[in-house]
Write a protein that binds this ligand. Sequence first.
Ligand code: F0G
Length: 439
Amino acid sequence: MEPALLSCLNPHCRAQFAVEEVLYTCPRCGALIEATYPGMALDPAATKRMWRERRMSNAPLDQSGVWRYREMLGFVDTTVHEVVTLREGNTPLLPAPPAAQFGGLDALVFKHQGFNPTGSFKDNGMTCGATQGLRLGMQRVACVSTGNTSASMAAYASSAGMTPIIFLPHGNISYGKLAQALEYGALTLQVEANFDQILALVRVLADETGIYLLNSVNPFRIEGQKTIMVEMLDQRDWQVPDWVVVPGGNLGNISAFGKGFRELLAMGFIDKLPRFAVIQAAGSAPFYDYFLNRSEFHPIPDPETLATAIRIGDPVSWPKAIQVIDDSNGVVESVTEQEIADAKAIVGRCGIGCEPASAATLAGIRKLTAAGVMAPDADVVAILTGNVLKDPDYIYKYHTGQLKTPSGEMIAPGYGNSPVVVPNDPGKIVALLAERVGS
Ligand code: F0G
């Protein structure tokens, strides 16, 4: 195979660069870039068999649900370069009948990326970004984050002996995620600005200081995240679902998913694409607005949502994401704070649980079936992006009727489950149990 390249996505530029160059955007025209693999051709039947057999192996790379598919990650030669892996991926497909019913579907399966080592889908990308950082000899790596990227980067950088430097929007990140960054040993800077403002700042800092940037604008993050779709198809014996539903913030994940599917389709591993649905929180929905009116992309200067993971008004990857939506006859939907909160409680009642941003998927599905866009008998995989324990504060407030939207309106605990304070008295507890759960 010819060497992998970094290629500019602007059809009028299409400049190409070596993968060893430190680039986040095209130095000629400023457009987004991606890793490309000229001449990549794999035998679908033989490769699918090999990937399946690797699940029986104890070799670290085979145990990773990302590097198991390393033939699609040809930017690095894993026989030469050290791979930074925490055995990420391997996330389950979980059927969820109560969520299906709530969403207006006959059946629904969640692919739960919260089962990753640091509890979010970021690990799938970070293993590749960190591996590339190490291969380039980087000693310091940085990211701006709404929380999950920083938790993941801190873990991967520390495990590889690189220094993680994290920039967070002060006051708008859940404690679970902040705690992870501290515990994994990152230098943690809380900036008094929002995600979009800090990303602009950090891009300047990265250029000036030579610190390696591991946001999803880093093309190797996208390479890792595309394998979420490869693993999903492997787990479904290569049956392509009708729909894949995913929350949208900076739009790296949807871009990665589209790239994964595009490459598998081109090589004959599958014969069609699913339709993609990206769900945004109503207060942070510039991509939804763009999908509706298609004139110009208007960033939102002051994005708001309690789903802080997707509190992003100027998503970097929107040009890649709209391509994925268009190529797949996909849709973009937006959901309110109340809709997210209720959907999240339903995911919890399935015994599955997720963080607020992830629940946007189920809230979006409910809207799309109600509107007749998604058929009740559709074969749907929804991505739960983060673990339930990422944001316990939100959970407690919802269930106890104390959760308020960013503008101060109460969120009704429609599926609330408040703890009950009881006296130290067996008789009274027996009576309460009889009343609440039957005798
Ligand atoms: N869900 C969760 C739990 C996230 O943490 C994020 C993004 C998204 C969805 C949106 O994914 O940006 O690829 O469209 N979190 C980033 C962060 C921005 O900094 O952790 P996206």
